[in-house]
Design a protein around this ligand. Structure first.
Ligand code: FAD
Length: 420
């Protein structure tokens, strides 16, 4: 085994690792940087973000948009405000644009431009970026760590862990970073998938697959309305998806992790109308006595959704509207306001956008991102016990912690190196 020596090694070339390698090379005295990535290419997940457009931050990034160990993140988020993150990208050559709900994107609206910028900057800093190098162990101490991959090992004076969480294994999600950190003295809180599709029984959605409609989704846990979000609801062959479902999926994940088994999603398909308004509209509509019942909601609800809702509420033979009784019209109106689906699980790690859970922040010095358990080791990104809402908050966290870890590791190395 060949031993190669570097000043700072960064484990994981995703959002936070690339940011750390760009930040660590700022300044006159440049450390010898090594970036180790387990996948065939660096930044594969980054390319998939924001449907290929990379929703890289959000103007409203603040502690209330995050979950996990949020108590002490305010000053870090003040230091790395959306404006300052935008400023870092601008300084390096990337312009951003703001779209609805404060979501920030690269001006090109292409995730690939963010990745090329970071890769270019890391290379300009002289970083060696080695792919298909999955780190399997780290031993040693500050000043002389030994990092082992499959057939090679490297030496580094400082290490930044930026190996992400468990979500999307096809894009590199795995637990190896946590396992190594546990060996180095850290703990990891139990993890569960977040920003993920929620599953229901197939019979409820088989004829809804592919349908999209706007509405308000409410999550009922043990019969109690617990969280709610409005937006586009997307039906798949297994369940319900879309940003509004993602937004409440974290609360479901936490409930399921604690053993909760009584969850339902209720969709209000006409949130702008009251039950009374919908009932009176339907009573007028059924005056078209010969209109087939199955067509009653055409023009009001998305076609598949309207048909499915009517089949569910008024099962049986095809009829015409003139035959509908008052209570049946009332039942249709109630169903429009409360279209229910039992939740039987989430789509899991395979398609979850983020990992909830990770290394507790009390084990990190949040002024520098240095480990309190293993000096010389810095942590950044999704492997920490912080996850954000949908809308650019997770990448914002990755940039903020990656940048801080990078500059802190370099500053600490410079101290040993006789620099300032
Ligand atoms: C489909 C999808 C869309 C998303 N869209 C958005 C969005 O628009 N906006 C937003 O804010 N967030 C989005 N996210 C979430 C966001 O991508 C993550 O929060 C962010 O990438 C986390 O950055 P990270 O650096 O911590 O981890 P990652 O980006 O996952 O990087 C970790 C890297 O470490 C590598 N690695 C792991 N273990 C090892 C090891 N042992 N040795 C070497 N390398 C290793 C992995 O292969 C990976 O490349 C999305 C996520 C997904 C899956």
């Amino acid at each position: 085994m060949e031993n190669k020596v570097y000043d700072i090694a960064i484990i994981g070339a995703g959002a936070s690792g690339l940011m750390a390698s760009c930040a660590a090379g700022e300044g006159k005295e440049k450390p010898r940087l090594l970036l180790l990535e387990g996948q065939k290419k660096a930044g594969r997940r980054l390319l998939a973000t924001g449907n290929g457009r990379c929703n890289l931050s959000n103007r409203y990034a603040a502690p209330e948009k995050y979950h996990g160990d949020t108590e002490k993140i305010a000053s870090l988020l003040e230091r790395y405000s959306p404006k300052s993150v935008e400023g870092i990208f601008r300084k390096w050559g990337l312009l951003c644009r703001e779209e609805s709900e404060g979501r920030m994107y690269p001006y090109s609206l292409q995730a690939s431009s963010v990745l090329s910028l970071l890769l270019g900057k890391a290379q300009e800093n002289g970083a060696s970026i080695l792919c298909e190098k999955k780190v399997s162990s780290v031993t040693g101490q500050k000043g002389s760590f030994r990092i082992a991959c499959d057939k090679e090992s490297f030496e580094a004076k400082r290490i930044v862990f930026a190996s992400g969480g468990l979500s999307y294994p096809s894009l590199g999600g795995n637990s190896s970073g946590w396992e190594i950190l546990q060996f180095l003295g850290h703990s990891v809180t139990p993890a569960f998938p977040s920003l993920v599709q929620l599953l229901t029984e197939k019979k409820f959605v088989s004829s809804l697959k592919g349908a999209r409609c706007r509405g308000r989704v409410t999550l009922y846990l043990d019969k109690e309305p617990t969280a709610s979000s409005e937006g586009e609801i997307q039906f798949t062959d297994k369940g319900l998806s879309g940003i509004c479902v993602f937004e409440i999926s974290r609360i479901y994940g936490e409930y399921a992790q604690k053993g909760g088994r009584n969850a339902e999603l209720s969709c209000d398909l006409m949130p702008a109308y009251s039950l009374k308004d919908i009932s009176s509209y339907l009573r007028e509509r059924v005056r078209s006595r010969y209109l087939p019942v199955e067509e009653l909601l055409d023009g009001v609800l998305q076609y598949q959704v309207g048909r499915n809702l009517l089949r569910r509420t008024l099962p049986g033979k095809a009829r015409v509207c003139g035959e509908l009784r008052g209570e049946e019209i009332g039942a249709v109106a109630r169903e429009i306001k409360d279209f229910r689906f039992p939740v039987i699980g989430s789509a899991g790690w395979e398609t979850a956008q983020v990992t909830a859970g990770g290394v507790p922040l009390r084990e990190i010095n949040l002024q520098t991102m240095e480990s309190r358990r293993c000096p010389g080791v810095y942590l950044a990104g999704e492997l920490l016990n912080i996850d954000g809402d949908c809308g650019g908050y997770n990448l914002h966290w990755a940039w903020a912690t990656g940048h801080l870890a990078g500059i802190s590791a370099a500053a600490d190395w410079r101290k040993d190196h006789g620099g300032i």
